[in-house]
Design a binder for this molecule. Structure first.
Ligand SMILES: [Zn+2]
Length: 214
């Protein structure tokens, strides 16, 4: 028998304490996550939308964007969302740089995030999901956690908002899914303005991912 597993399926086999591919199952919980912010134009609009729907989410921030827009990162925390680490400079191929450089990217961003939320460590989501075995082993040794997703909105494909809405409506996320979106463009906010009320009406509760244990 020849069994072929996708990278996502393989990662799903690892313990949740090391790689999170789904959120905790509790009562229809759904976990929105936003990568690549904070963005001066799009993040505030998204935060307004989430607040209007009493929805919490997780923001995987890029360190250098935090340095550029610290007040926005503060607002994310003040409004009850959780922070994740998405590297300092979002290298094109994260798994190809040296482990030392990878750790430097992660540690530098952790320090920025800790100054905001007082938590020493944050779930790490590698840019473009590009994960090296060396980093995976390092995280296992350090008992640190990597956060992936189970539902990719593909909001980065430059489709029209209407196309993305139709696609996601056709295949809505299920309970405990971690939804991958991006707040460095207008798409996520436009799409969620249409779909959040539908998902909530269907019993989904929008929650932030749990924080990384200290
Ligand atoms: Zn990214």
């Amino acid at each position: 028998m020849n069994i072929k597993l996708s990278k996502q399926q393989l990662l799903g086999l690892l313990p949740d304490a090391l790689v999170l591919t789904r959120g905790p199952r509790s009562d229809g919980a759904l976990y929105l996550s936003f990568d690549d912010g904070p963005h001066p134009e799009h993040t505030p609009r998204l935060l307004d939308l989430l607040a209007a729907h009493d929805a919490q989410a997780s923001f995987f921030l890029i360190g250098q964007q935090v340095e550029r827009h610290p007040q926005l990162a503060e607002r994310i925390v003040a409004e009850g969302h959780t922070l994740g680490n998405h590297s300092f400079s979002h290298p094109l191929s994260f798994s190809k740089i040296s482990l030392r450089q990878q750790l430097h990217e992660i540690d530098r961003t952790d320090r920025l995030l800790t100054a905001l939320d007082d938590h020493p460590r944050h779930c790490f989501r590698p840019p473009r999901g590009s994960l090296s075995v060396a980093l995976l082993l390092h995280f296992a040794r350090q008992r640190r956690r990597i956060a992936y997703w189970s539902y990719n909105s593909m909001d980065y494909l430059n489709q029209s908002d209407a196309e993305v809405i139709a696609r996601l409506r056709n295949r809505p996320p299920r309970a405990a899914d971690i939804v991958l979106m991006h707040d460095d463009a207008a798409c996520a906010e436009q799409v969620l303005a249409a779909l959040l009320p539908e998902w909530q009406a269907a019993g989904r509760r929008l929650l932030a991912l749990p924080r990384e244990a200290a």
